[in-house]
Design a protein around this ligand. Structure first.
Ligand code: FAD
Length: 517
């Protein structure tokens, strides 16, 4: 028998199993001795002056916590099975590959970038010297944009079973099991590379293949069918189906599809800046504690406002994190955020963006299927032109940003290439700037302390989601023009984040399997 009870504990009690168990047992109705127990949910409740942890506990009587078979123990060898070509080794591509193993298909993953270890050298080149390798950077390479990301595992999807299966696979490959119970699970960019190379080992040891430094530059298309995918060396790759999981930053892939008359659609997205506050300031706002007590993680926020009926909101908030240069080509400035598993940097950063519609982009003079991508690229290159040709990012104090004045000095920052004071109010398109500035003031009214001269506003947060959708049939998940092309993940417009991209990878393989069997 099992009883499920909810308890609250102080942060200082988080690692004290005796206190937790005693509190749980006091709430149980069963009076016989318990035989086992586990925590199944954990969240922080900071609504009162004293923050608390809320825990859901399962207490077992005359039975044990059920055990679970690992993902690896359930797959068999697929080396002789039908092949599936997966383009892109991001979360969508790697989880598509793992699903191939479950479905008895052989995944062949083709990735333009390098393995996680080799990729690290290219990140150092960007951080220290401003050299962006267009095939190996914060977005491209093994694990995709998910590897050196923040590793927050949240999604708006409510498909609990699917989410749980992804989290369990991550645990089977080395993630801290806490992600199975935390309300806001987080891995951290120091832990993700190891997990990703363990996933590769599972794929390869089951007979799948992973090819690095291999970029798909063309498709051989016969009427409505892809015959092969062609890489930069002219090698052809053939399979039963082609999973296109190239992410939201593969502009060359969107152009290739456009040139080959494969249907695409412009997709609304969001654009803006990244804001960075001192973490103690955010802790003071959220926890009433400038010096956080033991076991309380760096606090986060999620803010939203409407300006002229358009959303302005925080995006991908990274408590205790770092701002990173996420450009994928020379001549552009793109920032994003990440954090290490301990989230212990003295800074709190977040995207601060506003939604832009297709119609609004058209009024800026951009038309056609690739309009939104061209507009996004234009903003990134305008901000780059304001600098010295390096990855130093243009920035202002938040109050100066709103008041349209240059900052005489900037607060210290986590952004390694460095910041320089620049007139972001002139560099950003007026309609975007106006909404961001009004949104900051409006949010500052609701969240006292958010609108402050202590915060940096850094340009530009432009890769929030894909500016293009690659259409697919809702049921078969196949492209309407090409019978064996499966657009997948964030780049195709069907995911926004690690978890949803991973779930989409699983989904397309299930659709492909039912199509070919
Ligand atoms: C710094 C940063 C922090 C982030 N933090 C978080 C977070 O905390 N939580 C969260 O949920 N999300 C986060 N994200 C977003 C998340 O990483 C993406 O949503 C996710 O990675 C999308 O997965 P995907 O597989 O669809 O595409 P991607 O991860 O973009 O992968 C696409 C892959 O395709 C490869 N590719 C592209 N073109 C070709 C080609 N022609 N041939 C072969 N390969 C190609 C690329 O090299 C890349 O590896 C972050 C992103 C960044 C950059």
């Amino acid at each position: 028998m099992k009883e499920v009870v909810d308890i609250a504990i102080l942060p200082a009690e988080l690692n004290n199993e005796d206190i937790i168990l005693n509190k749980a047992l006091r709430k149980c109705k069963c009076r016989v001795n318990h035989t086992d127990w586990q925590i199944t949910k954990r969240s922080i409740d900071a609504r009162q002056r004293q923050p608390l942890y809320r825990l859901r506990i399962e207490v077992y009587f005359e039975e044990q916590v059920p055990s679970r078979a690992t993902f690896q123990s359930q797959v068999s060898n697929v080396s002789q099975k039908p092949s599936v070509i997966i383009i892109g080794a991001g979360p969508a591509g790697y989880f598509a590959a793992l699903e191939c193993l479950s479905q008895g298909l052989k995944p062949i993953i083709i990735e333009r970038g390098k393995d996680v270890r080799a990729r690290r050298k290219d990140l150092r080149q960007i951080q220290q010297f401003g050299n962006v390798n267009p095939d190996s950077n914060y977005c491209f390479g093994e694990g995709g944009a998910g590897t050196y990301s923040d590793g927050k595992l949240y999604t708006r999807s409510h498909k609990r079973g699917n989410i749980q299966s992804i989290l369990e696979i991550l645990v089977d490959h080395g993630s801290n099991p806490d992600i199975l119970i935390d309300a806001h699970p987080h891995i951290g960019s120091n832990k993700l590379p190891g997990i990703i190379s363990n996933i590769r080992e599972t794929i390869e040891s089951a007979g799948g293949e992973v090819l690095f430094d291999t970029k798909i530059v063309d498709f051989e298309v016969d009427n409505t069918t892809i015959k092969s995918a062609i890489d930069q060396h002219g090698n052809t790759h053939k399979g039963q189906g082609y999973i296109l999981a190239t992410g939201h930053s593969a502009r060359d892939m969107f152009r290739l599809l456009f040139d080959k008359n494969i249907r695409l659609e412009p997709k609304p997205f969001a654009i803006g800046v990244r804001v960075e506050h001192p973490q103690p300031l955010i802790d003071e706002i959220q926890y009433n504690q400038r010096n956080r007590e033991e076991n309380l993680p760096a606090s986060s926020y999620k803010v939203v406002s409407q300006v002229n009926e358009v959303g302005v909101f925080s995006f991908c908030m990274c408590p205790g994190g770092l701002i990173v240069p996420a450009a994928t080509a020379k001549g552009e400035i793109v920032v994003n955020g990440m954090s290490l598993s301990k989230r212990d940097s003295p800074y709190a950063n977040s995207g601060f963006v506003t939604a832009v519609s297709n119609e609004e982009i058209q009024t800026q003079g951009y038309t056609g299927v690739l309009a939104n991508m061209d507009y996004q690229q234009h903003i990134e290159s305008t901000l780059f032109s304001a600098g010295d040709g390096s990855q130093k990012a243009p920035a202002l104090r938040m109050t100066d940003f709103v008041n349209k004045q240059m900052s005489k000095s900037l607060p210290s920052t986590s952004y390694i290439p460095g910041l320089f004071s620049a007139p972001l109010y002139d560099l950003l398109p007026k309609h975007i700037y106006n909404r961001l500035a009004q949104g900051m003031v409006a949010i500052g009214r609701k969240m006292k302390g958010f609108y402050t001269s202590e915060a940096n506003v850094v340009g530009t947060e432009s890769r929030t989601s894909s500016p293009i959708r690659i259409p697919r049939d809702q049921k078969t998940l196949v492209h309407p023009d090409i019978t064996n092309l499966y657009p997948c993940g964030e780049g195709a417009g069907y995911a926004g984040g690690i978890l949803s991209a991973a779930m989409d990878g699983q989904r397309v393989i299930r659709a492909l399997k039912s199509h070919i069997s």
